[in-house]
Design a protein around this ligand. Structure first.
Ligand code: FES
Ligand code: FES
Length: 162
């Protein structure tokens, strides 16, 4: 009832999903497409656990209607890196001990990726600003900022920007 077949561009692939007009992008990612990396935290756009990159900007998938995402370029944490092939941001989170329970980590990495893609050498203040909608209950944030600073020091971001 009231469902529509939509084509979404996710992690460089075109995928189709049967979407109700009220379905959020987070619901479609997790429940229809099996992409469980983005987490359901608050469901109200306040914690950042569900962040994905949409057309270059980190957005909360829990408050983004999936039906409005047709034609947009979506990157989820699965499109950034994984255990076998971690992204330098993910390696930096491990190196700086920026992961504790890990629930916020996918959202943090997604926000960091969106930041470093547009600003490869951010200041700590700019990093904090980019993370202002990402909540972490465990780390006190300093190690997360350290991780993103470390990742930014790796040449890969300069290379990716070229
Ligand atoms: S689950 Fe989306 S912002 Fe908290
Ligand atoms: S590491 Fe636990 S919420 Fe951030």
């Amino acid at each position: 009832m009231d469902k529509k077949l939509v084509t979404l561009n996710i992690n460089g692939k075109s995928v189709q999903a049967n979407v109700h007009k009220k379905d959020t992008l987070l619901f479609v990612l997790r429940e229809e497409l099996g992409l469980k990396g983005a987490k359901y935290g608050c469901g109200t756009g306040d914690c950042g656990a569900c962040k994905v990159i949409i057309d270059g900007e980190a957005k909360n998938a829990c408050v983004t209607p999936a039906i409005r995402c047709e034609g947009k370029i979506i990157t989820t944490i699965e499109g950034i890196g994984n255990t076998e092939n971690p992204h330098p941001i993910q390696e930096a989170f491990v190196e700086t001990h920026a992961v504790q329970c890990g629930f916020c980590t996918p959202g943090m990495v997604v926000s960091a990726k969106a930041l470093l893609d547009r600003n490869s050498k951010p200041t700590r203040e700019e990093i904090r600003e980019a993370l202002k909608n990402n909540i972490c209950r465990c780390t006190g944030y300093e190690k997360i900022v350290d991780a993103i600073e470390l990742a930014a020091s790796k040449e890969v971001f300069d290379a990716e920007q070229m």
